[in-house]
Write a protein that binds this ligand. Structure first.
Ligand code: EZ4
Ligand code: CO
Length: 402
């Protein structure tokens, strides 16, 4: 089963996606997501210039060996570009292996551990009343978990709040747009938002909130404490996580659970966070953390330390990534929650997929492999369009994490 072709497909059905499609000599194809929001062409080049030539002629059955070959063989370790490229190859090879075996990938990962994958959606609004209406909408669609983001009075824009509700897309400019931040205004506003949401929706709806890397540990500790009465499922990315030991300080002060990891690329980015039980949910996902092979390694480490999965699932993770993530979600013992932001109809048309939403759960489907493909003809209708994520500054002009 030799690899005879590998194509890198860049398409923009509403937003940019990079996809690798691998073809074998016995006629199997497999797909992998390689999308890195705002830096898409770097991964496309890494794949077509530096990886595809190494794949031709390789045995498609050797997933682990190919992973090690690309990881160790690069000499330069880790990083989002390299790890997204390796992820795409790994994901495509799992897809091929499943098709060859005639079973969905989750069967090869040990089979089902649950009946469905609990997902959360994004309720957001400029005002608390808008937020309540959006939460109501998700409850109406039977979601069991909702992420809540609200505009902050005095700030023109706030992360996670958009007019385009179901399909929120933060990469909004051909050059980076600029947003403004005030920790003081934010900390003063957020607890009141959750008080209203709990008052309206009661104790059973799972509520989440994304801080998006904007606080220091002691500020995050304050936020976590102030949110304790509202029993959040998690407070996400409270501080930038390059300094893993910084989370000890947050932990000492609050029992609000912590979720981290959507920007991580490897187990080494979260090894201390997991081993010291400084977090509760690890948010790494297939495309940015080295594919199914490496993500399973992260989740296995997490399982030893009472940490559950909470994979990133924003719109910039393609349906190929989602299909792969669901195969893991349904099989691992320590699944927590799966983020689910809906893709546009154009995106769903370019990436026909078997997974389905029903009653608060996503279901991976029973197709052999991942149960997702790329329609290359449809993809060609949507040429790449440069788009950047925003940058963020304090009121005095200082650059801040976005
Ligand atoms: O800002 O995926 O939890 N979800 C998020 C996302 C990220 C985008 C960046 O590309 O934080 O909305
Ligand atoms: Co996030």
């Amino acid at each position: 089963m030799k690899i005879v072709d590998a194509r890198v497909i860049v398409t923009c059905p509403g937003r940019n996606f990079v996809t690798l499609k691998i073809v074998t000599d016995d006629g199997f194809t497999g797909v992998g997501d390689a999308t890195l929001n705002g830096r898409e062409l770097a991964v496309a080049s890494y794949l077509s210039d530096h990886v595809v030539p190494l794949l031709i002629g390789r045995d498609a059955a050797r997933i682990e060996d190919t992973w090690q070959y690309l990881y160790k063989g690069a000499y330069w370790r880790r990083g989002p570009v390299t790890m997204s490229a390796i992820a795409a190859v790994d994901t495509a090879l799992w897809d091929i292996k499943g098709k060859q075996a005639g079973m969905p990938v989750y069967q090869m990962l040990g089979g089902r551990s649950r009946e469905g994958v609990t997902v959360y959606g994004h309720a957001n609004g400029a005002t608390v009343d808008d937020v309540l209406a959006e939460v109501e909408r998700y409850v109406g669609m039977s979601y069991r978990a909702v992420r809540v983001q609200c505009g902050v009075p005095g700030l023109a824009t706030t992360y996670g709040v958009s007019t385009d509700k179901l399909f929120y897309e933060p990469a909004d400019g051909t050059l980076p747009s600029q947003t403004q931040w005030s920790t003081e205004r934010y900390l003063a506003h957020v607890p009141g938002v959750f008080a209203r949401v709990r008052e309206e929706f009661g104790p059973h709806l799972r509520l989440l909130h994304d801080v998006h890397h904007r606080l220091t540990p002691i500020e995050a500790a304050r936020l976590g404490k102030s949110l304790e009465p509202y029993a959040l499922t998690w407070m996400e990315d409270p501080v930038p996580a390059e300094l893993q030991e910084g989370f000890r300080l947050i932990r000492q002060h609050t029992v609000t659970p912590i979720a981290v990891g959507e920007v991580f690329n490897s187990v080494w980015d979260c090894q201390q966070l997991i081993a010291e039980q400084l977090i509760d949910y690890i948010r790494t996902t297939v495309v940015h953390a080295g594919g199914i092979t490496h993500l399973r390694r992260i989740f296995d480490l997490a399982a030893l330390h009472h940490v559950r999965s909470g994979s990133h699932g924003a719109t910039d993770l393609s349906p190929v990534c989602m299909a792969a993530a669901l195969q893991l979600d349904v099989s691992i013992p320590n699944f927590g929650l799966q983020e689910y932001m809906r893709h546009t109809d154009d995106t769903d048309r370019v990436f026909p997929h078997a997974y389905r939403y029903a009653d608060g759960y996503l279901h991976p489907g029973e197709e052999p492999g991942l149960g997702v493909d790329i329609d290359e003809k449809a993809a060609a209708e949507f040429p790449y369009a440069p788009a950047y994520l925003p940058v963020n500054r304090l009121e005095d002009g200082t650059m801040h994490s976005w």
